[in-house]
Design a binder for this molecule. Structure first.
Ligand SMILES: [Zn+2]
Length: 215
């Protein structure tokens, strides 16, 4: 999923299409980036006089700023299932993605993004595991965080016992069903943010639900 940090719009929500397309390059990130880019071309078209090289450094997926809040409020964030593979890490650097937040570790590729960043100087980008809410009440967002913690443990355990990482999610029918129910149950009132941040979160929640055909 690619989200415009500036206004919370969900620019793309895509999945791995390797099998559907008989194409080894169709990792979810590759598909998502291209869909999001087409939307950004329409939303923030390149102005006359702006060179393409300048356009993709700002304002496509990137916007300047290295303060912690800049990675939340500016440019775009790609949310993905696994810490990206080598091909996708480089792709994300080439297209100047501001922030990447992933659900599950990918031990095989954990250092690639930061290693490659030295070849792509000047990238004000950040890759980090998705932050979760503290445990507490039984609101859908806290239940969702709890569910992700459980799944992180299971992914780690399966991966360590020899299950190929990309197939571990196939074992989570129950958890994924619970996640779908939580998404359906999550309403605007459950959001804990306020002000502009809340407006963005509302837009993101509506965008996810719309793309998942949830009313
Ligand atoms: Zn990949």
């Amino acid at each position: 999923m690619v989200v415009d940090n500036a206004d919370g719009e969900v620019l793309a929500l895509e999945c791995n299409c390797i099998h559907a397309d008989n194409n080894p390059l169709q990792h979810a990130e590759q598909v998502g980036i291209r869909v999001a880019m087409a939307r950004l071309h329409a939303k923030r078209p390149r102005e006359v006089g702006t060179p393409v090289e300048q356009y993709y450094k700002n304002p496509l997926f990137m916007a300047p700023g290295t303060a912690p809040e800049d990675f939340i409020n500016r440019g775009c964030t790609l949310y993905n299932t696994f810490d990206p593979c080598g091909m996708c890490a480089v792709t994300l650097l080439v297209c100047y993605m501001k922030r990447i937040a992933y659900l599950f570790d990918n031990p095989q590729f954990t250092t690639v993004y930061n290693d490659m960043r030295q070849y792509f100087r000047g990238r004000e980008s950040l890759k980090e595991p998705l932050a979760l809410l503290e445990d507490g009440d039984d609101t859908p967002l806290r239940k969702g965080s709890r569910l992700i913690r459980v799944m992180r443990e299971k992914v780690k355990h399966l991966e360590e016992s020899g299950t190929p990482l990309m197939t571990t999610v196939d074992r989570y029918r129950d958890e994924l069903q619970q996640a779908a129910v939580l998404l359906i149950e999550t309403e605007i009132d459950h959001l804990s943010t306020s002000g502009e941040e809340r407006e963005r979160n509302v837009r993101t929640l509506h965008g996810i639900k719309r793309l998942c055909n949830i009313n």
